[in-house]
Design a protein around this ligand. Structure first.
Ligand SMILES: C[S@@+](CC[C@H](N)C(=O)[O-])C[C@H]1O[C@@H](n2cnc3c(N)ncnc32)[C@H](O)[C@@H]1O
Length: 247
């Protein structure tokens, strides 16, 4: 994703839905001390966590702001060279609004790059976890995997590319990327999901603590099928979307 953003030292980057700040950290390193990174997220709590991590890493070229990716960027911000969004865009109920805001925030020639989840059939870990979470909530009604704001909302064939084009981007490309998780065991994957602000947490939120723990345990049991002698490998397919604001 960062290679597609073509980050250079001194660049200005807006990192949307920055979460715990993993990719923000890498962006800050890529643009260097003369660069400027604005990391935004709708959740103040996760952004506090990101801020602490970035500060602990000794990086002082990152600013943080609580913001909804669907809303226009602060008018006082000069144009950005790149807007990035890793695994957040598909959670926006109105992704077209988020893409329009990203387009407007870019300088001419600036690049928008985003990673979203790909075809649900190629993401069995997520579908397994979501099925178990929904079962524990008693949500039996069948829902489309492509439901707006859901993990796979941009995974329907052609949808991501057509939204990028409609937002005004040119040189639009959307490519599937195999991004398997290699972890020691299924428990490590469950820990990762629990720390990542995943929508699975939202599904489980109305349950009491005991109910939530029972659901996490069942998810872990289901995921153990992917454990082998060399650890746990979770199949995971992402879509990397790129668009350029014509210069
Ligand atoms: C799966 S996490 C990804 C975080 C980070 N980019 C990463 O890849 O590790 C999704 C993040 O999107 C944020 N988010 C969800 N909806 C959002 C919105 N409308 N505007 C901004 N952030 C949003 C969540 O708070 C969460 O931090």
């Amino acid at each position: 994703m960062l290679a597609e953003a073509r980050l250079r030292p001194g660049a200005r980057v807006l990192d949307l839905a920055a979460g715990a700040g993993d990719q923000t950290h890498d962006i800050a390193l890529a643009v260097g001390p003369t660069g400027d990174v604005l990391a935004t997220d709708i959740s103040p709590k996760i952004l506090d966590f990101a801020r602490a991590r970035i500060e602990a890493a000794g990086l002082n070229n990152v600013r943080f702001a609580v913001a909804d990716a669907e809303q226009p960027v602060d008018a006082d911000e000069p144009p950005f060279d790149a807007v990035t969004c890793r695994l957040g865009l598909m959670l926006c109920p109105h992704p077209a609004a988020a893409m329009a805001a990203a387009f407007k925030a870019l300088r001419p020639g600036g690049r928008f790059v985003a990673l979203v989840f790909g075809d649900p059939a190629n993401n069995p870990c997520i579908t397994t976890m979501m099925q178990v979470a929904r079962k524990h909530r008693g949500l039996t009604e069948k829902v489309s995997p492509y439901v707006g704001g859901g993990l796979f909302s941009l995974a329907a064939p052609g949808r991501f590319a057509s939204l990028l084009t409609a937002a005004g981007f040119v040189d639009v490309a959307v490519e599937p990327i195999a991004a398997p998780f290699d972890l020691p065991d299924a428990a490590a994957y469950v820990d990762f999901v629990r720390s990542s602000g995943s929508p699975i947490m939202e599904v489980l939120a109305p349950l009491d603590a005991e109910g939530r723990e029972a659901a996490w345990r069942e998810m872990e049991e289901g995921l153990r099928q992917s454990e082998g002698e060399e650890g746990w490998r979770g199949t995971n397919e992402l879509l990397l979307g790129v668009g350029v604001r014509e210069g």
